[in-house]
Design a protein around this ligand. Sequence first.
Ligand code: ADP
Ligand code: MG
Length: 488
Amino acid sequence: MNEMIQQDLTALLKRVTGFDAFREGQEEVVRSVINGHDTIAVLPTGAGKSLCYQLPVHAMGGTVLIVSPLLSLMEDQVAQLKMNGEKRVAALNSFLAPKERSAVLANLGKYRYLFTSPEMLVQPHISDRIKQLELAYIVADEAHCISQWGFDFRPDYLRMREWLGSLGERPPVLALTATASEKAIQDIADYLLMKQQKLFIHPPDRPNIAMELVRQESREEKTKWILNALTGWKGPGIIYVQSRKRAEELAELLRLRNIRVAAFHAGMEGEDRILVQQQFLTGELEWICATNAFGMGINKPDIRWIIHDQLPPSAAQYIQEIGRAGRDGGQSLATLLYTETDADKAAFIALDDLPEPETVRFIGKCISEGMELKEAGDRAGLSDTALRVVSYWLGRLGTDKAAIQMEELAAGKRKEIFSMVRFAEGGGCIRSRILALFGYAPATRPVHCCSDCGFVADQFLSARTTVDNASGLLGWKERIDGLLGVGE
Ligand code: ADP
Ligand code: MG
C-alpha cells in the first residue's frame, strides 16, 4: 500500500513540478497532509518547504490558504508559482489596490493557492469570505513567526487560534519552518489549534555554509572589514545590519566603491522594497544592506555570502538569516562580525518596542476608568504596534497577568541574547556551538567548516577584478568589447 502511494506521489511530483525525486523530508510531509493530519514540518532553510504545501492540493482539490508573514515573501511566492504556469493563484494583502482586492474577493473560490497575512485573515469581512471556501488545508509558512512575533509584535498571529476555532469542522493545518525550539513547536501547535499533529523534525544544519566569526573592537573596524572584504570578493550577498541608518550608510560607502548595492529596511515604501528585492533576485544588484525585514523565505539560489554586522538577538534568527545563502547547494559563507557592545545594542533593539509592565498597568487602569484604548496609548506614549500588543494581552489576561507576561517576554529575550553572546565570545567549532543551541551536533564536519576548524574562502568565493569594480563606469566601446569577448 505504502509503495503504491509512494509511486503515485512521485508521479504527481513529476507531473506538477517536473522534479524526478523528493528531497529529504518532503515526501512524508506531503503524505501526512494528504492523509488529513495536522502537520508540523521543521526542515532546514532551502530544503524545499514550499513544495510541501504546493503539492498536496493537486491530489486533494479545493483551495489552499497560505498564511505568510511578509508582503515581499507573498509576492515572491506568487511570482514563482505564476512562472511555473500556475494561473489560479492570488495574494490577498494590503498591497492590493481596492479594485484589485474586490476582484480577488469576488473570485476567491477559483484560486488553487490563496496567500494572505494573519492581520488580513482575522479581519471579519475577509475571514467570513474565506470561511465559505472549500479549503483543502491551511498553511502557516515560516511558522516560527507565531512564536517569534506573535507575543510581542504581531498579536494577530495568536488570534489565528480563535479564527481556526470558529471554523468548526476544519481542514488540516500544515506549519512549516526551519527553526523551531521545543517551545516554538508547542506555540505552533497551541495557536494553530492542532490535534494529534504529526511532527517531522530535521536538524537546521547547512553543511554547505562555512561559518566565520570575526571579533572586532569597534564599529569603524567593522566598516573597514566590510569595505575591504567586498572590494576583494564577489557576492551575491546580504549584509544584515541593526538599523535603517546603518543600512543606508554602508550602502553609500559601498556604492562609492562601485559595488552594485542597495539598502533595504522597513522605513522604505512598500513598492521600493519590492523593487530592490526584484533587482537583487535578477542580479541587477549584487549586495543588499538590510535590516531583518529582508529575505525571509526568499528563494534566490546563488547567494554566496551573508555578513552580520551585528549580533542577532537569537540563534533562530541567526540560522534563518544565514540560511539564505547557498540554496543552490553551492559552497557559501556566513560571517558574523562581533564587538563587545553588540549585546547592549541587540537588547536595546529587541526590547525597544516591548511595553514595560508599569505601562501595561497604567493602560489597564485608564481603560478600567472608561478611557478609550487609543487615548490611553497616546498618554503612555506607546507606538501603535506596542498598543496592539498590550490590548491583546489585557483582553486575555487582565492587567496583573498581562504585566507579568511582559516581564517574562523581556526575560526570555534577554536570555536568548545572552546565549548568543556566549556563542560569540566562546571558543571551539562554531558550527557545533550554534547547533548545540538547538540540541544537535553536526552530522559530518564539512571541508569548509568554520573559522575555528578552518575553511579556504578563495576556493569558493570569486575574486573581484578591477574590471568588475569599474564596470559601472565603462564606456560603450569597452562594454561592447566585453560582450564580444575582445581582449580576453
Ligand atoms: P525552503 O525550504 O527554504 O522554503 P524552497 O521551498 O524555497 O525552500 O525551495 C528551495 C529550492 O529548492 C527551490 O528552488 C525549489 O524549486 C527547489 N526544490 C524543492 N524541492 C525540490 C526537489 N524535490 N527537487 C529539486 N529541487 C527542488
Ligand atoms: Mg520557504
